[in-house]
Design a protein around this ligand. Sequence first.
Ligand code: NAD
Ligand code: UD1
Length: 337
Amino acid sequence: MILVTGGCGYIGSHTVVELLSAGNEVLVLDNLSNSKVSVIDRVARIAGRAPRFVKADILDRKALDEVFKAHRIEAVIHFAGLKAVGESVAQPQRYYENNVAGTLVLLDAMAAAGVKQIVFSSSATVYGDPEVVPVSEAAPYRPASPYGRSKRMVEELLFDLYAADPEWRIAVLRYFNPVGAHPSAFIGEDPNGVPNNLMPYVTQVAIGQRPELSIFGDDYPTPDGTGIRDYIHVVDLALGHLAALTALSDAPTCLVANLGTGQGYSVKQVVDAFEKASGQRIPVKITGRRAGDVPCYFADPSYARTRLGWTAQRGLDDICRDAWRWQSWAAAHPEEL
Ligand code: NAD
Ligand code: UD1
């Protein structure tokens, strides 16, 4: 059985669907601080069977011990954590407690139960503003926020753990910009309040929840002046976790891989692609740059290709089509969320 912490969240729920579809038994552990339990029913609707679910916090050692005692867990995919960059600047202790201390508690409980296989959700944010694009795993680390530093700290913790006990099987996956939704439209990103990120903001403008998109700067040194990112379809990202588990099943190791497409798109290109995929017009206004934004980054995904046998298969049109399907379904079925 695979334990998925944070499995009710955006990336976790898509990964649980793929794990179930590939025949795995799955136990989701989530404290529901940024998700709703109804997602379990929608995951089951897609996969044809439900994962098990435990409402618990990764900081609760007793609850974790009970989970490891009651189930034969082979591996953990660890998504649980807080992820809002701005919030992490305002409330750094909460971020270090949840993301770093929470992971320490989880790793301790795993070691006590003899479970030494983990896939960890890291982020391209550990690279900060990269000197060279595409960004390879060898790029220097310059996380620019408490959130980014919490991810880097957990990475270091995992590297030290492997150095101390090479029986561990560890995959650190650095996500670029996860976007899109499951093509069934039953699960997707459902942020609380005003979205911080581009794609959910665009879909909320398209559905009429917000009047227009602010484009944060069109004077960057990029072809159309707007910021460039590597947008990866969340289903491709989910499949990257299955590929990582397969790689870990071969032999003990500690690997670090970028999960991105290798292709960058500008904000304007995303808006154009979304208008085409949805048939909706997205009114935009150009505002000033957002503090902390970098002009351009996208992944060098070649290590994931050679080491994990994984490449992203879905492009920007698929991303926009699926994000729009999800937003339309969610707006029409609020009682199911
Ligand atoms: P999400 O907020 O949708 O999912 C995280 C889940 O973890 C939520 O269901 C939340 O309720 C749960 N959770 C949080 N703290 C917990 C705790 N202490 N105990 C138990 N459950 C807890 O976020 P997501 O977008 O699915 O991200 C998943 C992981 O991937 C996070 O670790 C995030 O930092 C990382 N990541 C996300 C992105 C992104 O853009 N979405 C990019 C890079 C990395
Ligand atoms: C943000 C986080 C990063 C995280 C990533 C996950 C910051 C500084 N960085 O990255 O840590 O890993 O999300 O997806 O928050 N944009 C607009 N208008 C909007 C929203 C965004 O023009 O309303 C632009 C941004 O300036 C940027 C691009 O769209 O050029 C993408 O922004 P966003 O989706 O927030 O992702 P990142 O900033 O790359």
